[in-house]
Design a protein around this ligand. Structure first.
Ligand code: ZN
Ligand code: ZN
Ligand code: ZN
Length: 570
């Protein structure tokens, strides 16, 4: 069952169930709502489960005040201490095991309180500055501790408050680290929160969590308490949308870098021990963080914790993480994601074209092992001499067939070859600067654009192609090197595309970069030209003054000459 309701103030009090329970004599070992720490029911208030196990407040004999063969007397049974907060509250009640319950009403009896937390008590550090502020819950035995980020010691890196509100510390590079040392007067189990905001920007939307990094490795930051890492790996409780505070005036992903809503972000579980404690927070990857406080909310520990740093063994593992755990203590500390390295104790195998190889890994922290299957290798194709006599060569219109065999495993495959070159016939009457050639085999047409005097790359090269037939043309650029050229130059390498094609006044068609080697220069200074196809141009019918231009975006090269062949394909 669940309820949802509004209240306008804080109320602390007790929740009662009005009803009766079904008892029978042979079930007397289950004599309470909870027995030996095993709750028969679950009650949640605002998504937090009440500690029913600790209550054990309804005993079997209470149920059986009537007749053991029947239901108990009806009446009120207390099911827990609860806190109602201003605004919407959710209460749910669920049977987990054991006895039937007949329920008529739920009743809350409580009193108004000013707030969830009492007045803060500043606890001075040895040097007289405020080391932390401690709050006692108005409703239960919880304690809240707050440290101000700006009061921490910047052990490494530097702080930078630009773009953050007053009182915030901005961690804007890796190894920026805040540390605290403080004394505490009790053992407390609880949870750590970071109060502050994160810096999100739209281009970084793949990084969606506190616990997810650009490198998808071990977390965007590390919080350590008493040298134990507070594990955030599987929490992933802060989504990118939250970071960008879309419901807040702060943070709009669409306008560039911005900070999220300021709130308490849950980092993970931690404990504080009676005596000296240390805490540190370090940025290790990715986002900038604007931090105002670190907040710990905990309650007295059921048992004293040992010092985790003194216990070297990693006692627990799952597929993603490892942790330390003291026998009999549920608390998991020094939890972290596995750090996989090659396993020197095992022999890796390479893939062949028929058998997948295996790589062995070991977690360098806890020793857990895993294996990874590798992809099959490609076959090593050679001509299949048994069938080579049936191979056919490509022409410019028909794909040839080559019968191949893998020299490693013997697999066979008939492979289709690329189309062959056209056989361009004699030059026909020029159309403007374009000289037509017809393929003697398939009658395709190409139009060559050349110059009697070689053009240097220092200027754009433009041809008049008025009167070319309408259609789509492949553009083949040819280049050759002149004698005496410094051949260490890469004609087209680098980050910018150095040449572009344009028809008429239309947009330039950008092409990819080509390296010197791709020109295929052979031995000798006047090496043969080479060509490639990487652009298409459309010529419109009836264009009275068409031109074709090669535009050099970087005119630093003077020793190459070029020509263009336009092959009509449609
Ligand atoms: Zn591990
Ligand atoms: Zn093979
Ligand atoms: Zn042809």
């Amino acid at each position: 069952m669940s309820f949802k309701f509004n209240v306008d103030k804080y109320f602390k009090g007790k929740m009662y169930l009005f009803g009766c329970m079904d008892g029978w004599s042979s079930n007397s070992s289950k004599n309470a709502f909870s027995y030996n720490g095993n709750p028969n029911i679950e009650v949640k208030v605002n998504d937090e489960a009440l500690d029913i196990a600790a209550l054990a407040n309804v005993v079997y004999t209470d149920f059986l005040s009537g007749d053991a063969s029947d239901y108990s007397d009806d009446g009120y049974g207390c099911i827990g201490d609860i806190l109602l907060v201003p605004g919407v509250n959710y209460v749910s009640y669920k049977r987990l095991a054991s006895m039937n319950t007949l329920v008529k009403d739920f009743v809350f009896v409580g009193e108004e309180v000013d707030s969830e937390w009492g007045e803060g008590q500043a606890v001075a550090a040895a040097d007289g500055s405020i080391a932390y502020v401690k709050y006692q819950s108005n409703v239960d035995n919880r304690v809240k501790v707050e440290w101000k980020a700006l009061d921490g010691t910047m052990a490494e890196g530097s702080s930078n408050k630009s773009g953050t509100p007053d009182g915030y510390l901005k961690l804007n590079s890796n190894t920026n680290k805040i540390s605290y040392a403080f004394n505490f007067d009790a053992d407390l189990d609880g949870q750590l929160y970071q109060r502050g905001a994160m810096d999100g920007y739209p281009g970084n939307s793949s990084c969606t969590y506190f616990s997810q990094t650009k490198g998808a490795k071990y977390g965007n930051f590390e919080m350590k308490v008493n040298d134990s890492i507070v594990y955030i790996g599987d929490k992933r409780n802060v989504s990118y949308g939250d970071m960008l505070g879309t419901s807040s005036a702060e943070g709009d992903a669409s306008i560039g870098n911005n900070y999220s809503e300021v709130k308490d972000w849950l980092i993970g579980e931690a404990f504080l021990k009676n005596g000296a404690n240390t805490a540190s927070f370090e940025r290790v990857d990715s986002y900038n963080l604007a931090v105002s406080h670190f907040v710990f909310i905990g309650k007295p520990a059921a048992k004293a914790h040992v010092n985790p740093a003194a216990d070297a063994a990693f006692a627990g593992q799952d597929a993603d993480s490892h942790w330390q755990q003291v026998e009999g203590d549920a608390f998991k500390f020094n939890r972290g994601e596995h750090r996989w390295v090659a396993d020197a104790d095992e022999t890796d195998t390479e893939s062949t074209c028929t058998v997948k190889g295996v790589k062995h890994y070991k977690c360098e922290v806890c020793g857990m092992k895993k294996t990874e299957e590798l992809e099959l290798k490609a076959h090593t194709w050679v001509s299949d001499e048994d069938l080579a006599s049936t191979d056919t060569a490509s022409t410019c219109t028909v794909h040839g067939i080559a019968h191949m065999k893998c020299s490693v495993c013997g697999a066979k495959e008939a492979q289709e070859l690329p189309l062959g070159e056209h056989s361009w016939g004699d030059a026909q009457t020029a159309i403007g600067d374009a000289v037509p050639h017809e393929c003697t085999a398939c009658h395709a047409m190409c139009y060559e654009l050349t110059r009697a005097t070689p053009d240097k790359l220092k200027a754009d090269v433009t041809w008049n192609v008025t009167g070319l037939p309408a259609g789509t043309y492949e553009v083949h650029l040819y280049a050759c090197i002149k004698a005496g050229t410094n051949r260490s130059q890469n004609l087209m390498s680098g980050d910018v595309s150095r040449y572009q094609f344009r028809f008429d006044e239309g947009d330039y068609v950008n092409t990819g970069n080509k390296t010197y080697e791709q020109f295929g220069f052979g031995a000798g200074e006047n090496a043969a030209s080479c060509a490639w196809t990487d652009a298409l141009c459309n010529v419109v019918a009836g264009d009275a003054a068409a031109s074709f231009t090669i535009h050099w975006t970087d005119k630093g090269y003077s020793s190459f000459i070029v020509s263009v062949r336009l092959v009509k394909i449609a």
